[in-house]
Design a binder for this molecule. Sequence first.
Ligand code: G16
Length: 542
Amino acid sequence: MNSTVSTTPFSDQSPGTSGLRKRVDVFRQPHYLENFVQAMLDVVDVGGATIVVGGDGRYYNDRAIQTILRMAAGNGAVRLIVGQNGLLSTPAASHLIRLRQARCGIILSASHNPGGPDGDFGVKLNGGNGGPAPTSVTDAVHERTTTITQYRILADAPDVDLATLGESSLGDAVVEVVDAVSDYANLMESLFDFGQIGELLRSGFRMRFDAMNAVTGPYAKEIFEKRLGAPAGSVVRAEPLPDFGGLHPDPNPVYARDLIDAMFADDAPDFGAASDGDGDRNLIVAPGHIIAPSDSVAMLAANAHLAPAFASGLAGLARSMPTSRALDRVAEKLGVPCFETPTGWKYFGNLLDAGRISICGEESAGTGADHVREKDGLWAVLLWLNILAVRRQPIGDILREHWRTFGRDYYERHDYEDLPTDVATALIADLRARLPTLAGTTIGSLEVTLADEFSYRDPVDDSVATGQGLRIVFGERARIVYRLSGTGTVGATLRVYIERLEDDPQRQSLDQAQVLEELAETSRKIARIEEMTGREAPSVIA
Ligand code: G16
């Protein structure tokens, strides 16, 4: 029976960079999930709509999906497309929304954050284009959460069987359980030269893909081992587990230690990669070298024409502001525009929809293209493999050749985690106030050519995003960027992004930490980090 349940607002349902992310405990409070979902359904107006629902399989995914299905049906949606067992990687969900022309998608994930009963959970809304809802929509959802008084749900309906493919009914709605792995794999097959990649993978070339016990496991098994013929065991930790086996499913050098160790061993495979909790991020590792995400997107763009999807060239490129400027120099050489957007995949949406860009990426391990409207970890791995299959050179050689041609951007991100929110906000405010005094000054050997707060006017719809990070620019040579993370669930994280360009080939294989040492020190001094936070050093260097 369709019930209307009375509720009262929660004060903490403001969606961050990528939807609402909180501890599982927070989501389990009575009405908490329901309030947020009702706010989304109200803003989208789902009467008569088709909706895609799925998640990364983390703890609480199974319960939350049943609630969301009952609410979607209770709010008049007519077709609910769900991944088998409630699983959908974020890029596969984006694809399914587009393929089935759904009005929206509801994706359950806290991305790379840890899972399990004490871990994190998240809910995000994607629009009919398959991409994260734009700020205008997430603002409206937030507004709605502050005034909500009731939600609608088929309270007494039994759980839907999500293990069995096919259709069933839920109230007046049809629930369709689909095999999203094959839809997604078919899309990949249409973009890349599977014949050539298969030849490479069957030629003795060894790859290691670490799914980190998260959602990409079944997709990677199907694509790499089944369709492309990579030897069994090329995909490791392939079973999605509700707590990711206790791992932090973040493909960075700290949490993907297993992969890094394998790739730095004497008998390292030829190519290593990992993805995150919901499959949108990627890490690429060459034998003995971790490829920085900012470099990876630049190298992919420079070589993209080797894959069928981009054989006729690229319309344009884009990167988030803190991502290194390596991509800009590739765009310049290709003669295409390179857009600089705020952090958050949603800012690429309009550019992709308008056909202004073909490939985009972020320092936070996200790379993607116009085939879906999310970043896509497996897509990035496949584009790398396609390039390697055509060039038949070791990935390390391609890396060094790229640096010789375009210069190398030594790059690090220093995270100061779990700061009291007021302390982090005060630090940014203090630095913001001092920006005008920094421009034109010389720090060490570098002159500050620009010190400002980044804001962005979307070239497609003219919407403006302000307050998107503080940047201290030293011409082409170097840059420091400061911003607060929008994805954490505890306290605040200050992110400091440091980059330095080296175009002398003799100086492109130096120790990264050493090259960046002076700039790192400068970054701490300029923002008075120790003085304001008591922290002498970052908690994580990525
Ligand atoms: C999300 C967004 C990304 C963004 C990242 C930034 O990633 O989708 O576009 O780069 O957050 O995170 P932060 O605000 O913490 O720096 P994901 O993979 O967590 O959805």
